[in-house]
Write a protein that binds this ligand. Structure first.
Ligand code: HEC
Ligand code: HEC
Length: 493
């Protein structure tokens, strides 16, 4: 070796080999740098940690319930918002929040001791990314009295969740000049350890990228500003896929629909969705997962199968007040006579035509053959194997599982209580407040009038498009004591 290295190369070859050696070293260095940068980028952006869930001794929730509440649906890569950014937004932009208490102002179901409300997953893919899951819109928050802590019914309707207000807050932040690395990074560094590489990535990529993504999302949802506000517990369930996923032309329809309960779905027969747009639970789950930002692939199918199995047996909590058993028995007979054909019989799971049911027609008008065909093409192009959605057919008569916790009632949440639903349509409340979480155990539903409801709730005007409270006059001509017996029975479902 020694003699080789010291032997004098000929005058002609010496500079070339030196040049070559230098070139190789440079090349190696460049390669090394590229590999190091690749590893750094992989670590900082893509290194994925699995999520694991344990039963919660304090609330008695099983590991599966915890996974439903906090697990990722798989949309982390394309829909994930960096946790540190989400964390500091209410601090930096507190003036843009409509109310007090940070994200609490949006009626999100937040358990004590958790980093984010139910319905949000935090998963590390490089950095911690936050996505929403099914539990955001499908967990009901309720209290028996104003001074107790909220209880949470997993799978129930998220009637307090102000999704539209939350989106508008995020969009307003993205428009604000304070949404810059200079303003956000020092605040973030106070709460999260960051090395020089983190700081650079946040400054150059993550903060501007998040801002751009929010502004793009705002553009995609611009149509919602031409329609009555969703208010808490609702979104425009079919214009969302129509106008965002299939990029259809805006036809001006209003499909504002309540977040429904997902209880005992394994026992459900027939059609799903308010308008009967889905013929199989698997297709509802697949399209809902797409809605949370998940993309088809093996993980997609596995997660959806888990969700389907979890929802098959999920049950509501028991009615928390007392039930008069004798009266409930009277009510059971009335239910068999007046209600069971649709809610526990031959027509359950079928769509009752608009002409017969007479409730607000807007949801049905929002999803036609053409929309279903476009959705079929879009989901096939994405590789979704489930049966496609079909046109709305009327409104589906569903089993009334956990009906005491489903207020306000009907697909658009336009009737506050069961007492109101059994009142002739013309006499039902035309204005009320929804989104307050204290139960009205007598009328069955949530407290929807009075100072507390007005302070915490959203003013719901049944005169606005999509908010009509007409139709479904069944049982409205029963005698007062019969109505009470019927309600006593309904409490136990
Ligand atoms: C942003 C809120 C939101 C999220 C997140 C969400 N849903 Fe929904 N879901 C809705 C709304 C609104 C409807 C009512 C639309 C309809 O049925 O016409 C609905 C309807 C459903 C239905 C039909 C219920 C019935 O009685 O026919 C099922 C099942 C369902 N969702 C499951 C899921 C699953 C599973 C996920 C997670 C992958 C999910 N949802 C995520 C808002 C949401
Ligand atoms: C002809 C069929 C039919 C009959 C009979 C019927 N219903 Fe209904 N019911 C429906 C349909 C369809 C809906 C959904 C309508 C909508 O959301 O616009 C519904 C909705 C409801 C809801 C609201 C559920 C929710 O999640 O908001 C309740 C409560 C209810 N019915 C109770 C009753 C009671 C009590 C009776 C008997 C007095 C009865 N229904 C009789 C078809 C029927």
């Amino acid at each position: 070796m020694r003699s080789l290295s010291t032997s004098r190369p000929s005058e002609a070859t010496r500079p070339i080999s030196r040049w070559r050696r230098g070139g190789v070293i440079v090349l190696l260095l460049v390669l090394l740098l590229a590999v190091a940068l690749g590893v750094l980028i992989w670590c900082k952006f893509f290194r994925t940690e699995g999520q694991s869930f344990q039963a919660d001794a304090e609330t008695g929730a099983s590991a599966d319930v915890q996974r439903f509440k906090y697990g990722s649906q798989g949309g982390d890569l394309i829909a994930g918002i960096p946790y540190p950014v989400l964390f500091i937004l209410p601090r930096v932009f507190s003036d843009l929040i409509p109310g007090h208490g940070g994200y609490g102002a949006f009626g999100l179901p937040w358990e004590e001791g958790q980093r984010l409300p139910i319905g949000f997953s935090i998963r590390r893919m490089g950095y911690e990314r936050v996505t929403v899951n099914c539990a955001l819109c499908h967990t009901a928050q309720y209290r028996l009295t104003p001074d107790e802590n909220p209880r949470f019914a997993v799978g129930g309707p998220g009637h307090t969740v102000r999704l539209q207000a939350l989106l508008r807050f995020l969009f307003a932040c993205a428009h604000d000049e304070r949404f810059s690395a200079d303003r956000l990074l020092p605040e973030m560094a106070l709460h999260f350890p960051m090395d020089a590489a983190d700081l650079a990535l946040y400054k150059l990529v993550i903060i501007p990228g998040t801002r751009a993504a929010l502004l793009e999302a705002e553009k995609q949802l611009d149509w919602m500003n031409d329609r009555p506000d969703w208010g808490p517990g609702r979104d425009d369930a079919f214009n969302l896929p129509k106008l965002v996923l299939t990029q259809a032309e805006d036809d001006g329809t209003v499909g504002t629909t309540d977040f429904p309960a997902l209880w005992k779905l394994g026992a459900r027969k027939g059609l799903f969705h308010a308008g009967g747009e889905a013929t199989a639970l698997s297709s509802v789950i697949a399209t809902s997962a797409l809605g949370t930002g998940a993309l088809p692939g093996p993980g997609f199918d596995r997660r959806n199968a888990w969700t389907g199995a979890f929802l098959a047996d999920l049950a509501p909590p028991r009615f928390p007040g007392s039930i008069d058993v004798a009266r409930a028995a009277e009510g059971a007979a009335l239910f068999s006579r007046h209600c069971a054909a649709c809610h526990a019989g031959a027509r359950t799971g079928t769509a009752i035509p608009l002409a017969e049911i007479g409730t607000d027609p807007e949801h049905v008008r929002a999803w036609r053959e053409d929309d279903a065909r476009r959705m079929k093409q879009a989901s096939a192009a994405l590789g979704v194997k489930e049966p496609p959605l079909q046109a709305s057919m009327g409104y589906v008569a569903k089993p009334l599982v956990g009906v005491w916790l489903l207020g306000p009632y009907l697909h658009n949440g336009s009737v506050p209580t069961l007492v109101d639903l059994l009142t002739p349509p013309a006499e039902r409340p035309k204005l009320f407040w929804r989104g307050y979480d204290v139960l009205d155990l007598q009328a069955v539903g949530f407290v929807s009038h009075g100072p507390d409801a007005e302070k915490a709730g959203f003013r719901f005007d049944t005169a606005l498009r999509g908010n009509g409270n007409g139709g479904h006059a069944f049982g409205t001509d029963l005698a007062p004591e019969q109505k009470q017996a019927l309600i006593e029975y309904l409490k136990g479902l």
